[in-house]
Design a protein around this ligand. Sequence first.
Ligand SMILES: Cc1cc2nc3c(=O)[nH]c(=O)nc-3n(C[C@H](O)[C@H](O)[C@H](O)COP(=O)(O)O)c2cc1C
Length: 183
Amino acid sequence: MKVRVPLNRASRLLNHGPTVLVTSFYKGRPNVQTVAWNMPLDYAPPKVALVIGSDNYSYECITKTGEFVINIPSQKLLEKTVQCGTISGRKVDKFKKFKLTPIPAKKVKAPLIKECIGHLECRLIKSRVTKDFDLFLADVVYAWAEEGTFTDRWLIEKEKAKTIHHLGGEYFTFPGKIKIRKW
Ligand SMILES: Cc1cc2nc3c(=O)[nH]c(=O)nc-3n(C[C@H](O)[C@H](O)[C@H](O)COP(=O)(O)O)c2cc1C
């Protein structure tokens, strides 16, 4: 079951730099692409930044509709996360091909991916912030986490809350120990 994450905590879904699956909905069907280069930009109201290559079909889907969802996969989804990042959705329905389940979002037409553990529904502020960079900025308008994976932080000590982190190329890692340091 998905539970709402308060918007002033949404930045914490991305704070530790997980690789994500970005969904869009264009011309009557959903698409999904893998994105390692993403970051929170502000707490409240929350904003995010991500790089979407201009050759990608997602670039067209998102610029045309102004909406997308950042879905956060757990380590269980590593294989599908790589697969969604190695073929284009221009001609292939990646949801069907890789057996991912689209479920309705609350505020945008792009779907959540049921198998993921975190979701940020986003509305585009600006695509291609400058002509030299494929940098997208967006407002987060609703956020979710899978029940039992997130309180005011990811419960990364639980197997089901371990996110995927891209080291580059074929290398990936998953979160290890949690350390609490009061300040
Ligand atoms: C681990 C991984 C991370 C990736 N990170 C990014 C990224 O940050 N930005 C980007 O534009 N493409 C990234 N890609 C590549 C896209 O996901 C890939 O080009 C995808 O096929 C585009 O799909 P689309 O044409 O359906 O939009 C990544 C791929 C992998 C495997």
